[in-house]
Design a binder for this molecule. Structure first.
Ligand code: SAM
Ligand code: DTB
Ligand code: SF4
Length: 341
């Protein structure tokens, strides 16, 4: 199908939530003149969000390194020598101290990452205890722990976990080039369990792993055609880490990155799109373009999981320069409800 801005299937009001995007439609969006694409993304954004509000999350690696998976981008895989040292799960008190710091710095959500392929049931119990503590601090909670069974997802939900992050990372056809220790289907199954347990889904991907535009479009199409759109869609720019197979990957064209944000915004109009890893290597101007394209969330704090993120004062300055304000959790709640229309 040739994309036509008048096509009723496309929903020019920017409000329609669709789950039947075709590959041709997604690619046609990518191929729009840049100004037309950004105009459309911004109009869609404004139909669902306050365009000057950005959701703020802070990340903490609660269990670092030594992961049995071979994700070619990841400094925490035990298959590569990256200098990341392997640690066991952090003590609850230490995690709560970090969560309190994040809250004091202005984060509304605390995201805990663990370098597991799949947690054991007793790991889930330990994390559940931590989640109860973080919730009690008044923060929204997010965790990313690898593959889950359905009962494990239910246990986390009962403990008060609001979001589960589990990225598809790239297209199904490119996945095998990046990871050999699990399948795309494994990923989709965990997402299914998370949904069935009633948690919100945070799911996105990485650009700059040598994938083609077709792969980027296919990944976004898969996300947008899930039975429910992920409430949160992180778009990461690969952080190239020495020792990983992707350490020398060709950087992606920054304008292609902005296009990807814009297409994500148009396909998933009511989802929060996160400008995730990779901001450390981006200019303020590039980040501003990402916000214009519809990104409305960032990770805030000096560290992602194991790699650096911009200094907090630099982000505060950027927000001031752009007139951006932190999004209140109550407003996210309302957007998440819109997704169920
Ligand atoms: N082990 C769990 C998993 O794989 O789902 C959770 C932690 S894992 C580090 C979470 C996500 O971080 C990955 O899915 C990937 O999207 C992102 N990530 C990891 N290394 C990255 C890198 N070097 N650059 C950008 N994103 C990265
Ligand atoms: C996501 O999409 N990106 C975050 C979070 N979800 C867990 C992780 C980025 C990790 C970047 C590499 C590192 O710091 O280890
Ligand atoms: Fe392990 Fe997650 Fe890193 Fe893959 S991305 S190696 S599963 S920590």
């Amino acid at each position: 199908m040739v994309f036509n801005a008048e096509s009723p299937r496309v929903g020019t009001d920017g409000r329609t939530i669709r789950h039947d995007w075709t590959t041709e439609e997604v690619l046609a969006l990518y191929q729009l003149p840049f100004n037309d694409l950004l105009y459309r993304a911004q109009a869609t954004h404004r139909a669902h969000f306050d365009a000057n509000e950005v959701q703020i999350s802070t990340l903490l690696s609660i269990k670092t390194g030594g992961c049995p998976e071979d994700c070619a981008y990841c400094p925490q895989s035990a298959h590569f020598t990256t200098g990341v040292k392997s640690d066991k799960l952090m003590a609850k008190e230490s995690v709560l101290a970090e969560a309190a710091r994040a809250r004091a710095a202005g984060a509304s959500r605390f995201c805990m990452g663990a370098a597991w392929r799949a947690p054991r049931d007793r790991d889930v119990e330990d994390v559940a205890e931590i989640i109860r503590g973080v919730k009690a601090l008044g923060l929204e909670t997010c965790a990313t722990l690898g593959m889950l069974t359905r009962p494990q997802a239910q246990r986390l939900k009962e403990a008060g976990l609001d979001y589960y992050n589990h990225n598809l990372d790239t297209s199904e056809s490119y996945y095998g080039r990046i990871i050999s220790t699990r399948t795309y289907q494994d990923r989709l199954e965990t997402l299914d369990h998370v949904r069935a347990a009633g948690m919100r889904v945070c799911c996105g991907g990485i650009l700059g792993m040598g994938e083609s535009r077709d792969d980027r479009a296919a990944m976004l199409r898969t996300l947008a055609n899930l039975p429910e759109h992920p409430e949160s869609v992180p778009i990461n720019m690969l952080v190239r880490v020495e020792g990983t197979p992707l350490a020398d990957a060709e950087p992606v064209d920054p304008l292609e990155f902005v296009r990807t944000i814009a297409v994500a915004r148009i396909l998933m109009p009511a989802s929060v799109v996160r400008l995730s890893a990779g901001r450390e290597a981006m200019s303020d101007e590039l980040q501003a373009l990402c916000f214009l394209a519809g990104a409305n969330s960032i990770f805030y704090g000096e560290k992602l999981l194991t790699t650096p993120n911009p200094a907090m004062h630099a982000d505060r300055q950027l927000f001031d320069r752009l007139g951006l304000r932190p999004m209140m959790p109550s407003r996210e709640e309302c957007h998440a409800e819109n997704l169920r229309d």
